[in-house]
Design a protein around this ligand. Structure first.
Ligand code: S3P
Length: 429
């Protein structure tokens, strides 16, 4: 489906971002292997999280949904059943990588696959540590899915992460939950810590120490079910933050947004660009900080985005690149080569589409240099089937001098069903 978007002057109003995708996957998976029931409120509504639910149901987990919450009947780590059919993670890297950590320790074999995009994403990064722990995993050449995971009795390992990835870290920790001895993950570049927080909340024997790098240690042990309130997804809120900053006279209140410091480096970059987002009503929802954000139109200048903090805003880079086209001066985004192996090659997709709209962009092997401000023109945008590219360019469409169309716009449903309707509602105010 193509989506057309016309230029707008301003956006105003109030909205809630959908539930956090990363936390939702983890809440479902940990709930499934815990003892007892886990009640989850504000679960992310997108397709990716539905993929995790579908896979867990195939593994024998009962999940009931009603309007206000979802109840997962935990089966304990040893209670999962062999699936009669292949598991399909759809477009979701988190589903495939995290679930593989659980499946590697099961006394049965599982085949897990995904859509065309997921079948081209690197899985060696999880095959390698899980193999060291004693699992056997068959894949297509170069470690691509489908994966056939031959579950085994695992042993703990000491694993320095070769790539800054919360998915790989979480995969090893989940395997460590059922391994003999201690499993240690050493993280030189910090990444989102939702797994660590939720594991602790649910009773895992986990400890985290931070000195030069963060060292996470886990021992086998049972989890207990509980109540989990999922905060709004900061990465989804980022599209609206950007729209409000860029459009004249705008003011938006975004409610119940997760502001875990391992997710909000984008706000720090905004401050360097000259923009302050007001954080109000800061509170804790069991295991994660939540706040309301107030955003008003502000002038921006270019910034340098590289080094360790790139991992802490990795999903915000598409919208940051859009913002940079309107900032005064150069914005340098570096150390972001991981973007080439996301749902699309995001560096190539950004450069291609921004150039089509008249932006000044240079594509580098690991980043982009964007010079602003530029008056953009509407264009036919290729989303490359990637939700964050589709949503980022819907925001650019509001600024352009003429209408913009976005191909395969329905891919936004992966993380934010109703995104275009919400954008149109606040733009109409
Ligand atoms: C995620 C981690 C990040 C992120 C993805 C979600 C997670 O991926 O880009 O959208 O839930 O752990 P990597 O771990 O591959 O960097």
């Amino acid at each position: 489906m193509n989506f057309s978007i016309s230029p707008m002057q301003t956006i105003r109003g109030r909205l809630s971002a959908p539930g956090d995708k990363s936390i939702s996957h983890r809440a479902l998976m940990l709930g499934a292997i815990a003892r007892g029931e886990t009640a989850i409120r504000s679960l992310a509504p997108g397709e990716d999280v539905r993929s995790t639910m579908r896979c867990l149901r195939q593994l024998g987990v009962s999940i009931q949904e009603n309007k206000t919450e979802l109840r997962v009947q935990g089966r304990g780590f040893a209670g999962l059943k062999k699936s009669a059919t292949i598991l399909d993670a759809g477009n979701s890297g988190t589903t495939m990588r995290l679930l593989s950590g659980i499946l590697a320790a099961q006394p049965f074999d599982t085949t897990i696959t995904g859509d065309a995009s997921l079948q081209c994403r690197p899985m060696r990064r999880i095959i390698e540590p899980l193999t060291k722990m004693g699992a056997t995993i068959d894949s297509r050449e170069n470690g691509y899915a489908p994966l056939i995971i031959h579950g085994s009795k695992l042993r703990g390992i000491h694993y320095p992460l070769p790539v800054a990835s919360a998915q790989v870290k979480s995969c090893v920790l989940l395997a460590g939950l059922h391994a003999q001895g201690e499993t240690v993950v050493e993280e030189k570049i910090p990444t989102r810590d939702h797994s660590e927080r939720l594991l602790r909340l649910m009773g895992a024997n986990i400890s985290v120490s931070s000195n030069q790098c963060s060292v996470i240690s886990i021992h086998a042990g049972e989890l207990h079910g509980g109540e989990i309130e999922v905060p709004g997804d900061f990465s989804s809120a980022a599209f609206f933050i950007t729209a409000a900053l860029l459009l004249t006279d705008s003011e938006l209140i975004i409610e119940n947004v997760g502001v875990n410091p391992t997710r909000t480096a984008f706000l720090e970059v905004l401050r360097e660009m000259g923009a302050a987002v007001e954080i109000t009503n800061l509170r804790n929802a069991a295991h994660e900080p939540i706040a309301d954000l107030i955003v008003r139109h502000q002038a921006l200048r270019g910034a340098n985005v590289f080094g360790n903090r790139v991992a802490l805003l990795i999903d915000e880079i598409p919208i940051l690149a859009v913002m940079a086209t309107q900032a005064d001066g150069e914005t340098h985004i570096r150390d972001a080569g991981e973007l080439r192996v996301k749902e699309s090659d995001r560096l190539a997709a950004l450069a291609h589409n921004l150039l089509a709209m008249g932006a000044v962009v240079e594509e580098l092997p690991d980043g982009l240099v964007i010079t602003g401000p530029t008056k953009l023109r509407g264009a036919a945008i290729d989303s490359f089937g990637d939700h964050r590219i589709a949503m980022a360019f819907a925001v650019v469409g509001l600024l352009a001098g003429s209408p913009t169309t976005i191909s395969e716009a329905e891919c936004a449903d992966v993380s934010f069903p109703g995104f275009f309707e919400t954008l149109q509602r606040v733009a109409a105010n």
